[in-house]
Each structure stands twice: as structure tokens, then as C-alpha cells.
Write a protein that binds this ligand. Sequence first.
Ligand SMILES: C[S@@+](CC[C@H](N)C(=O)[O-])C[C@H]1O[C@@H](n2cnc3c(N)ncnc32)[C@H](O)[C@@H]1O
Length: 292
Amino acid sequence: MDQIELFDTKPLQKKQHIVNVASVPQRSPFRYAGGKTWLIPRIRQWLLKHGGLDKELIEPFTGGGIVSLTAAFESLVGQVTMVEKDEGVAAVWRIILEGDAEWLADAIRNFHLTPENARRAIEASNQSLRSLAFATIVKNRVNRGGILADGASFIKQGENGKGITSRWYPETLQKRILAIAQIRHKIKFIEGDGFEICEQNTHRRDTIYFIDPPYINAGRRLYRYSIINHKGLFELANKLEGDFLMSYDNTQEAQDLAEHHGFSTRSISMKNTHHAEKTELLIGRDLSWLLE
Ligand SMILES: C[S@@+](CC[C@H](N)C(=O)[O-])C[C@H]1O[C@@H](n2cnc3c(N)ncnc32)[C@H](O)[C@@H]1O
């Protein structure tokens, strides 16, 4: 069983937390580059402190959406709004949340995955919202690292030499998709620009924001839209009347931007049996809940 070891590297009193990944249900239909499943125990702490049924969670850079899904499934907030700009990712969320989830779940169950069929499905992506959603799921499962940016290549060997089928779990995907559809009344999806949606809500006090933008220094292109105005995002966060939690790559630039606005930062390390150590920077107005 995987064990994720989370420990803080910055606080005065170094604390160690061992978190069993099994306590974080995998709810997303995506395997997402930069996904935050591993951070869920911490994000839950934040939601318990700043969420509540009278609050709406806005996630302006939704990607695989594990934070929004956790908040909705576990009723940690009353309402969730997910925003995503990538047309393919957005198509999947729209199909699931706007009434066509069963179609997608069935299409996945009935698909015979071979390199040729995968290529065909991907080439047909421009025919309809359905075909774009389906092609996105296929790409996400057959591309190395689940990367959806243009130019990403198919998995070669995969687990146990199973090649492109090594991440194809049709029954699991079907179950996750149908489960999300069951709680769709709690989730609103907006295809668009996360900046704009935050901007429209700055004065609301009944909203909280989980902000997980593309990295400042991504070594490779992970997303179709991977460049954003980071300075502008910090300025926007500063204007939000509701609480926010940002997650960043732990770079000097992110630390400087946070310091400039008087935000608190904490670096969090993640280790598990498969990955090398990774450090992420959490940023907020007051992160004292993290020490509790
Ligand atoms: C780090 S990923 C989010 C990962 C997510 N937290 C998860 O756990 O799966 C950042 C996402 O922001 C999206 N994105 C980039 N620019 C955007 C914008 N201006 N508005 C909305 N989404 C954007 C990317 O397509 C990508 O899916």
C-alpha cells in the first residue's frame, strides 16, 4: 500500500505527518499532471476551517478537479464552481455535469483499446462535444504521464510491458463518472478563464478559492494553456474578500510574490514509494490551520 509522507520544511517546530493515500478516495476521471490528490489531507484541513455549507468553493484552474470533487462529495462546502480553459478537459466536465455522463461511461466501457483505435478516437475529436470528451479521456489514459498538451506521446512500455492499456481501467472510470453525475447539482462547471471568474466574485464573502495554476517553471509543457500572468494572479488573490489557498511550485519567484503581498507560505514535501521528493509551496493569508 502506498504511503505518502508529508512533512513541513519551514515551520519552527518540525512536525511529521504520515498520511495513508488510501484515505484519499480517487474520484477524478483524469490522471492529471500536477494533480493534487496527494495534498488532499491538507486541503481538507483548510476546507474544514474555511468551508461550510454556506460557502461556495471556486476552483479557477480545475484540471482533474480532485479538490472540487472532494469538497462536493464530502459536503465540505455547499456549492462548487469549477473553471477550466482547456477545451478537451472542459468537454469531459461538461459531458459529465450537463447530463451526458451515462453516454461517456458507456463509450468507455465499450471501447476496445488498441493503438489504432486510440489514434482514430483522437483524430475524431473535432466532430462533437462527445467526441472531444471521449478523445480527451483516451489521450489522458494512453499518453505518457497523462499529458494532454499537443505533441505528447503514447505510453511505450507502461506497467508490466502492457503498453497503452496499462492505465486503461474502464470499469473504474465508469464508476467515477457516474458517481460524479449523481452529485452534479452541487457542481457548476464553467469553460473559460479562471482569472475572469475570480474577478467577477472578488467582493463575495461567501466564496473561498483553491488556486492551483500551471507552474511558473514547468520543465516541460504539461498543459495546452501553461502560461499565465503569475504577478497578476497574486494581485487578484489580494483583492479576493473570501479566503484562498494557492498551491505553487516552490520557487524564489513565487516566494517573492507571496512576500510582496504579505501572504503566508509553507513548503510541503511529498514522498511516496514511486516518486522522488517534491516540494510544493502553499500560500494563503493565514496558514495557522496547517499547524493544528
Ligand atoms: C496545475 S493544473 C491544475 C491541477 C488540479 N489542481 C488537479 O488536481 O488536477 C492547472 C490547470 O489550469 C488550466 N489553465 C491554465 N490557464 C488557465 C486559465 N487562464 N483559466 C482556467 N484554467 C487554466 C490548465 O489547463 C490546467 O488544467
